[in-house]
Design a binder for this molecule. Structure first.
Ligand SMILES: [Cu+2]
Length: 318
């Protein structure tokens, strides 16, 4: 049996009784100040680069490194001894409220928001879907009464050439959620996961992430997943304010890592440019393309981000 030198094991949140004490530690109110500070830096950086790192050739490696920087910060600055967990979407898609992620317990990522009778339908590019079961402020679990300061952004902001001038305005408000089983069972079910893993090439893989194969032009498993727990997580720019963000992207990174490992030709497969929908008519990405992370960390080339066991990485999904 080959010896696998990288033993930074990233576990599924729901299966990880191993990690409960570490997760508990990571999100416990004792440690609130530093992780919240980190989360704000994370959200600001995400806003800053949103128009480059989505619907582009750098989406996957940029988000891989983004959550790795978060994991590192938790370990270096907060004493966290575990690794970034992931959210295995299909396990609880039909009953999010019962999921260990969102059951509102002390070891969850907090629960649903309070019921808001006026909550709107889910709107993805003009297509309407049933609303979730909350919509109001989160009042249970470790992130209850958390204040958000960034966003919200509008759908149109994603189609602009540049960031809106007030993109970083201070806008304090409560943290809301709306768990939505309809969205989860429609966009992040096991068939969606299987279809992604069966992608024949990187173009197909990215298209399946971005667009649902059975609904023309509608969000795929990435955007659809963002729309399963309410307005904060579905904010195209400011979504890292929901603690579920890094777990959602942990799952995307896991599926990309699994797909990459399926065939040697996939290791360095890439497609697209470094601007959203190629709006800036940028050059196609190569292994030498440099990705920026602002205050979170030094720039990285694509080459450094393509393999979870190479360069500064040494992790695997279990
Ligand atoms: Cu993103």
């Amino acid at each position: 049996m080959p010896f696998f030198a990288c033993n930074r094991n990233r576990h599924c949140f729901q299966q990880s009784n191993i990690q409960v004490c570490e997760i508990e530690w990571m999100i416990s109110s004792r440690m609130f100040t530093t992780p919240i500070h980190l989360r704000r830096s994370l959200s600001r950086a995400h806003i800053n680069y949103t128009l480059a790192v989505h619907f582009s050739g750098i989406f996957l490696p940029w988000h891989r490194h983004f959550i790795w920087l978060w994991e590192q910060a938790l370990r270096d600055e907060c004493g966290y001894t575990g690794y970034q967990p992931y959210w295995d979407w299909p396990l609880w898609a039909s009953n999010l409220t019962a999921s260990p992620l969102f059951d509102g317990s002390d070891t969850s990522l907090s629960g649903d928001g309070e019921y808001d009778p006026d909550e709107h339908l889910v709107d993805i590019d003009g297509y309407k879907f049933p609303r979730g079961s909350g919509g109001g402020c989160v009042k249970t679990g470790p992130f209850k009464d958390m204040q958000l300061h960034l966003g919200p952004f509008e759908t149109e902001d994603g189609y602009a050439d540049s960031l809106r001038p007030d993109a970083f305005r201070y806008n304090p408000r409560c943290f809301t959620r709306s768990l939505n089983n309809y969205m989860a069972t429609t966009f992040t079910n096991q068939e969606c996961v299987n279809r992604l893993l069966e992608s024949k090439d990187i173009i197909d893989f990215q298209e399946t992430l971005n667009y649902n194969p059975t609904m023309t032009g509608i969000a795929g498993i990435h955007g659809g997943g963002h729309n399963t727990i309410g307005d904060v997580m579905s904010d195209f720019f400011a979504s890292p304010q929901d603690p579920a963000f890094t777990l959602h992207h942990g799952m995307i990174d896991r599926l990309w890592a699994m797909w990459q490992a399926g065939n040697v030709s996939r290791r360095h497969a890439m497609h697209g440019t470094s601007s959203i929908w190629n709006s800036q008519k940028s050059s196609p990405v190569t292994l030498d393309t440099v990705l920026e992370f602002g205050v979170l960390g030094p720039p990285k080339t694509m080459r450094e981000l393509m393999d979870p066991t190479a360069f500064s990485y040494c992790y695997r999904y279990t």
